[in-house]
Ligand binder design. Structure first.
Ligand code: FAD
Length: 309
């Protein structure tokens, strides 16, 4: 009875969490309380986005470097090639390597606001596949790239977009992280097509816990993620009721990840939006638990504790 296994029946998945670099001191404090809350879940890595056209270059670098210095987490820095020369991009990558960062999420980036079509920089890496190749020349980074279960909005066709993903993997990327999606069937069909195209690296679903439905819907229209009618129906009438919205959001995301897990997905990337609670709750439902405190240091210590009981 019921399509989903009992929660305890499946091993805890591998997790990664995405943050964006803060613009103000207040947002910085919010980000760090988010990082500290999620850190005990021992994610495989945490990534920090790079503002459109490199606008957050310094803030992304500062955030990633602080993660290296002050946490036990493994950071991944997002890096885009739009609007920059190869030399400039290579220099940013070199600075990451020097700061101890070993993982890059390599992206083309979107054309600047108000620009109709994407135009590569004359001396730049034209597409993410070229960037992956270039980064591999800078240093032996681990590289993740973006994938689009619903096809990138600028792609000529679903096939050409899949060919592009294959090029990024062939250039040296070892993981794809997807744009968020809400229809699991779309994702599962996509990974089947990717496998048939010879893409064998993990394709990790990007999970967006929806805390603000109205703004998520606007953003989705821009990035080509479709929002099913059933979801609009679930959030209908909750615009001024954030508390109920959060409970609905947790339910929607929990159902989504459990269904994926039941279909064999064992790695998840969360778009946290620098807010930990929904991500923490959903990761918990998936089976993630905070790392246990260290065992007593010595046998005699353990004996003392046993005596004390
Ligand atoms: P590419 O893989 O280069 O593909 C872009 C488009 O060009 C696709 O339509 C592709 O099919 C097409 N294409 C590729 N090669 C060719 C070719 N040779 N000729 C013609 N067409 C071609 N943006 C940011 O600014 N900062 C971030 O930190 C950021 N993080 C992201 C993280 C994830 C997980 C995802 C999914 C997206 C992220 N983005 C980010 C958004 C991303 O930059 C945009 O979606 C961008 O429009 C495409 O980037 P890409 O790396 O997928 O590009």
């Amino acid at each position: 009875f019921g399509a989903l296994p009992t929660p305890a029946a499946l091993p805890a998945p591998a997790l990664s969490f995405e943050f964006f670099p803060p613009r103000t001191e207040a947002l910085e404090a919010q980000l760090w309380s988010c990082i500290r809350r999620l850190e005990p879940l021992a994610p495989r890595f945490v990534s920090v986005t790079y503002g459109a056209g490199g606008t957050t270059q310094a803030r992304t670098h500062a955030t990633v470097s602080r993660i290296v210095r002050e946490t036990a987490l493994t950071p991944a820095a997002h890096l885009t090639c739009v609007g920059a020369s190869r030399g400039e991009v290579d220099e940013v990558a070199r600075q990451y390597w020097d700061a101890g960062v070993r993982h890059i999420v390599a992206l083309r980036g979107d054309p600047p606001a108000g620009t109709e079509r994407y135009e590569p920089h004359a001396q730049g890496y034209a597409y993410a596949a070229d960037l992956v190749e270039g980064l591999k020349r800078v240093a032996p980074f681990e590289i993740s790239v973006a994938a689009y279960p619903e096809t990138h909005p600028g792609a000529a066709s679903a096939e050409s977009d899949l060919d592009n993903l294959k090029r990024k993997i062939d250039a040296g990327a070892t993981r794809a992280i997807t744009q968020y999606f809400f229809d699991n069937g779309t994702f599962l069909r996509f990974i089947d097509r990717a496998l048939a195209a010879g893409i064998e690296v993990p394709i990790v679903p990007g999970i967006m816990p929806v805390s603000n439905f109205a703004s998520m819907r606007k953003f989705s229209a821009m990035c080509g993620a479709s929002v099913p009618d059933w979801m609009a129906h679930l959030f209908d009438g909750l615009d001024d009721d954030p508390e109920t919205r959060r409970m609905v959001a947790a339910t929607v995301a929990a159902e989504q990840v459990r269904m994926l897990q039941a279909n064999g997905v064992d790695e998840f990337h969360f778009y946290t939006l620098n807010r930990p609670d929904l991500t923490y709750a959903i990761a918990h439902i998936l089976g993630a638990r905070p790392a246990r405190p260290a065992e007593p240091a010595s046998p005699s210590g353990a004996a003392e504790e046993a005596k004390a009981e």
